[in-house]
Design a protein. Structure first.
Length: 434
């Protein structure tokens, strides 16, 4: 089963490669051939990479497109393979990973990474592969990519030996051939296609484009991107399932909060009626928003939210003014604290309440560039409420490669919505324009 596209969008490019496409000629490792990269189409210079390219969900759709933060100089395929878990946020298994490359405007002798799109490897038939190829060409066109690096992770694969191309070699070569034909028809070169059984230190990699080209991987946890993630407090998870567990429902906590919901709803109803009696219905939204902000501050200071407080929080988010205002926190100094609260809440409520919390979590992760978490959270929101319009719009934006700055307007709108009920969030307007 495939998963929604999950970009880690960021307008800053990251991996740098020598300008010329990598061609591996030595069994000891990769060398760089002097083959020129295709020129930009229609004379238009490539723009800086968009956040990440993604596509609609489906059996042949790429998943987890990401664009990381730190810069990395890649000297051989082993280093490229080692960087992939950090780019995705987890170690892929039975996956095809496509890394888009762009011209580096400040370094004409280099290429830079744009999107990184992951796709489940086990999809049936050439028709599905053709759909995947079509989706990748769309992403490449959107980002004006010049070349693509392809990685296949397949624990069933066998390395080539003299007279033996290796287990599953024919299938992998056929898949890459389909992708290569579609991409090169649009002027996008497949710079290299590499296979590994798993991503691990000193694990073997081998090329599908050059029979005698193979080598050893670098340590994935020691790559510059992995180290940057650790310093930034972003874990690299062992699998996608581990990432999905971050937002998985907690039945015990859900039961505890559910037991408090009726009381929370009744209290909210009384406050709303009181505001209406005073002809000031906006006061209810203001009070509910201030309650949420207080609960986030409590959690940020180390306090633990009790089931009743979580129930109050869930009920407050049922007010669209409150919910909309809280999108602004993703651009504030309190983004991490708010994100932790949304994560906790979406695990201990269900239905529409889970959708609201998961949407706020997905937006926060999207804005800070954690595409994998954003995709998982938005998928959870849509599973809980398929009709949630904001979750659907964010999910589409994420999977079509819209960069974070293009969705910052939602945070700006949130600050305006808070101000409309008399709550000043005090977020620097410059944060909405980054």
């Amino acid at each position: 089963m495939t998963t929604p596209a999950e970009p880690r969008p960021n307008d800053n490019s990251s991996i740098e490669l020598p300008r010329h496409a990598p061609i591996c000629r030595s069994p000891k490792g990769m060398t760089w051939d002097q083959r020129p990269v295709p020129p930009p189409r229609d004379g238009v210079p490539p723009s800086p990479p968009a956040a990440s390219g993604g596509v609609a969900d489906g059996p042949a759709d790429p998943d987890e497109p990401v664009c990381p933060n730190p810069e990395l100089r890649v000297a051989d395929p082993g280093e490229f393979v080692a960087a992939v878990p950090a780019l995705l946020g987890f170690f892929p298994r039975r996956s095809l990973v496509a890394c888009l490359l762009h011209e580096a405007p400040d370094r004409p002798d280099s290429l830079r990474l744009g999107s990184v799109a992951r796709h489940d490897l086990d999809v049936p038939g050439r028709a599905a592969w053709a759909r995947l190829a079509g989706q990748l060409t769309v992403i490449c066109a959107q980002e004006q990519a010049l070349a693509v690096l392809i990685l296949i992770v397949d624990d069933r694969a066998g390395a080539p030996r003299a007279g033996d191309p290796g287990a599953r070699s024919a299938r992998h070569r056929e898949l890459v051939g389909v992708l290569r034909g579609a991409l090169e028809a649009e002027g996008v070169e497949v710079a290299e296609a590499v296979v590994v059984r798993e991503i691990t230190d000193e694990g073997l990699w081998w090329s599908l484009l050059h029979f005698d080209c193979l080598g050893l991987q670098s340590d994935p946890m020691a790559s510059p991107i992995a180290l940057a993630h650790v310093l930034d407090g972003r874990p690299i998870r062992a699998s996608r399932a581990e990432l999905e567990a971050v937002v998985a429902p907690d039945p015990h906590a859900t039961a505890e909060v559910a037991a408090q919901l009726d009381a929370a709803v009744e209290e909210a109803r009384r406050r709303y009626e009181r505001a209406v009696r005073h002809c000031e219905p906006g006061h209810y939204s203001r009070d509910a928003l201030e309650l949420v902000l207080w609960l986030i501050a409590t959690a940020d200071s180390g306090g633990s939210l009790e089931p009743r407080e979580l129930a109050d929080l869930a009920v407050a988010l049922r007010d669209s003014t409150v919910r909309d205002a809280l999108f602004a926190l993703a651009a504030s100094d309190h983004a991490n604290a708010a994100e932790a609260v949304w994560t906790r809440l979406c695990r201990c409520v269900d239905g529409d309440d889970r959708a609201e919390a998961a949407t706020l979590l997905g937006y926060s992760a999207y804005l800070r560039g954690d595409g994998p978490l954003a995709g998982v959270a938005l998928a959870a929101a849509l599973a809980a409420d398929p009709g949630h319009r904001i979750a659907a719009l964010l999910d589409t934006a994420l999977r079509t490669g819209l960069p974070p700055h293009e969705v910052r307007k939602l945070a700006r709108s949130g600050q305006d919505r808070a101000a409309s009920v008399g709550v000043e969030l005090g977020i620097d307007p410059d944060r909405f324009d980054r």
